[in-house]
Ligand binder design. Structure first.
Ligand code: ADP
Length: 144
């Protein structure tokens, strides 16, 4: 079994899509192992998004990710990391394949289409372990 870290981003929260997106995850058979709402900070974002922190668009991402709290989840299923990245679609909502969460719910507005893309999901097993530990303590994860 594999775990992944999901962040439902401020655009998901603002569009009242938290329940809709979580329902997709449940319909896919993913088990919810942890779930909480968090207000992200600059420090946490710099750690989480270290790989993009030097790009010119980073300050916009930092502001966007603090617009509202995010909903963080740990989900578990066989092969969930790849399945989830496929379900989400690529970063740019205009390029995301039909039927993906980012294509369906993400921003189609020029300038926001690459940033306001509804959800973050871990991109590998090692990244997932680091990201889960970043957002959740051991006693917040329920391996029932
Ligand atoms: P992903 O979330 O698809 O794995 P990245 O890790 O490359 O994508 O980027 C992290 C986040 O930064 C993206 O989800 C998106 O919100 C934002 N982002 C990435 N590239 C751009 C860009 N060119 N312009 C604006 N925001 C971006």
């Amino acid at each position: 079994m594999e775990k992944t870290l999901i962040l439902l981003k401020p655009d998901c929260v603002q569009k009242n899509l938290v329940g809709t997106v979580i329902a997709r995850f449940e319909e896919a058979g993913f088990a919810i192992r942890a779930n909480k709402m968090i207000q992200l900070t600059d420090d946490l974002l710099r750690e989480h998004y270290a790989h993009i922190a030097e790009f010119p668009f980073y300050p916009d991402v930092e502001s966007f990710m603090k617009e509202t709290p995010v909903v963080a989840l740990v989900l578990e299923a066989d092969g969930i990391i790849d399945t989830m990245r496929e379900m989400l679609g690529v970063t740019d909502c205009l390029e995301a394949a039909e039927g993906t969460i980012r294509a369906e719910f993400g921003s189609k507005e020029e300038g926001k289409n690459k940033m306001c893309n509804i959800a973050h999901a871990s991109d590998g097993v090692d990244a997932a372990a680091v990201e889960i530990a970043r957002f959740f303590s051991e006693d917040e994860i329920f391996n029932y």
